[in-house]
Design a protein around this ligand. Structure first.
Ligand code: NAD
Ligand code: MG
Length: 385
């Protein structure tokens, strides 16, 4: 369980706690949350605790339970990825890439919450995924839904022409600013943006949900996971977050997966596949009245969605360049150094400077990520100053 102290991490540990005969934690990995991971280690007794930030290691040394080793440093989480049959990658941002690659290259199952690694390094991750034994099961709720809708029609893995899939429909709650115009969004605060109406998540993805960048990244994620063209991936705003996504087939039938917004269903699905968890998460009480709405997205107010489609179409290192620019802009917004409306402005300005590099290998992707951050920080500083 890498990224064990975050929103996805702690929910994964709840599932493990609920089915102790089925799951055992062999490694926990975090950036720097020493006290939280110590508590987890005492409860779950893993063989390894991996901590990315060296400066935090001293606080853990000598405090872990007997039988738990401490691995420290930038490569520690990726090394820990080979300790288990299944790795849940719930690290946030591009920093999750080494875990994604190490898991697939070791031929293990990757339960992937860290969408940024797949989006930024699509071609590189695809090669790692081809390793014998490697499996990639999405944890992201929309992709978990699509996985289920495809499976219901007998489609496993990438969608081929004979599968008769017409379209993938990704649903989005619309976030806290749904229905507002561009003008009405000029002075929203960090607190406003963190108040997601239907999901409780870590700060980065919550801000991405408020700008619809999260949905844009998920369009690219769906393309990478299911091999379907961007032109056949549609986004629809669904404020209730009950329909988690849909697949339309050539005969006009649309299949959807419905449940209450609860990530434990998706995490449990990725762990148990092809089986399911024995207890329900997010089950709907169908005896209660309910209403489901669907609206097209407002591309003018939420420009990040269109920027992500453009990056996805440009392919190669364009998604990495976009995702890195977005991480910098979101960090700056969370730190109070950038207005919410400027997140899209910064990403767009950085995109105009994409150098067009090919995603030949992970070095090329790491390099493009580093360069995009320099360009983005420069733009953020200019706006702040
Ligand atoms: P979070 O901020 O709550 O937790 C992040 C975890 O990653 C923490 O345990 C932290 O210690 C670790 N981490 C952060 N930076 C790291 C680094 N540089 N190296 C190693 N570890 C690091 O985030 P979250 O909301 O749980 O999201 C995790 C991932 O799952 C993200 O990619 C997000 O997009 C995706 N996701 C989350 C949700 C959700 O409901 N929270 C839903 C769908 C997808
Ligand atoms: Mg999602």
């Amino acid at each position: 369980m890498l990224g064990s102290t975050g929103s996805i991490g702690t929910q994964t540990l709840e599932i493990v706690r609920a089915e102790p005969d089925r799951y055992r934690i062999s490694a926990l990995g975090v950036a720097s949350s020493v006290d939280a991971v110590l508590e987890q280690a005492v409860e779950f007794r893993p063989e390894v605790v991996a901590v990315a930030h060296r400066s935090c290691a001293e606080q853990l040394r000598g405090r872990l339970p007997a039988g738990t080793d401490l691995w420290v440093g930038a490569d520690a989480l990726a090394a820990a990825a080979t300790c288990a049959e299944t790795v849940v990658n719930a690290v946030v941002g591009f920093a999750g890439l080494p875990v994604t690659l190490a898991t697939l290259q070791a031929g293990r199952r990757l339960a992937l919450a860290n969408k940024e690694s797949l989006i930024a390094a699509g071609p590189v991750v695809q090669r790692a995924w081809a390793t014998p034994g490697a499996e990639l099961i999405p944890v992201d709720s929309e992709h978990c839904a699509i996985h289920q809708c495809l499976r219901a029609d007998g489609v496993s893995g990438k969608v081929g022409p004979s599968d008769r899939v017409a379209e993938i429909v990704l649903t989005a709650s619309g976030g806290p600013f749904r229905g507002r115009t561009r003008r009405e969004l000029s002075d929203v605060t960090v607190q406003d943006a963190l108040a997601h109406p239907t999901w409780s998540m870590g700060p980065k993805i919550t801000i991405d949900s408020s700008t619809l960048m999260n949905k844009g990244l998920e369009v690219i994620e769906a393309h990478e996971l299911f091999g379907i063209d961007l032109d056949r991936i549609t986004v629809v705003i669904h404020p209730q977050s009950i329909v988690h996504s849909m697949v339309s087939y050539s005969d006009g039938a649309t299949l959807a997966q419905l449940s209450l917004p609860d990530m434990r269903l998706c995490i449990g699905y990725a762990l148990a596949f092809p089986d399911r968890t024995v207890r329900p998460y997010g089950a709907i009480d169908w005896s209660e009245p309910s209403l489901l709405e669907f609206h097209p997205p407002d591309h003018d107010a939420f420009r990040c969605l269109g920027l992500a489609y453009e990056a996805g179409r440009a392919a190669e290192t364009a998604p990495a360049w976009l995702s890195a620019a977005n991480e910098v802009a979101v960090d700056a917004f969370l730190a109070g150094a950038l207005r919410w409306v400027d997140i899209a402005e910064v990403v767009e300005a950085v995109m105009q400077q994409w150098p067009g590099d090919l995603a030949t290998d992970s070095e090329a992707v790491l390099d493009i990520d580093r360069r995009a951050r320099v360009v983005a920080r420069d733009l953020v500083d200019k706006r702040a100053g």
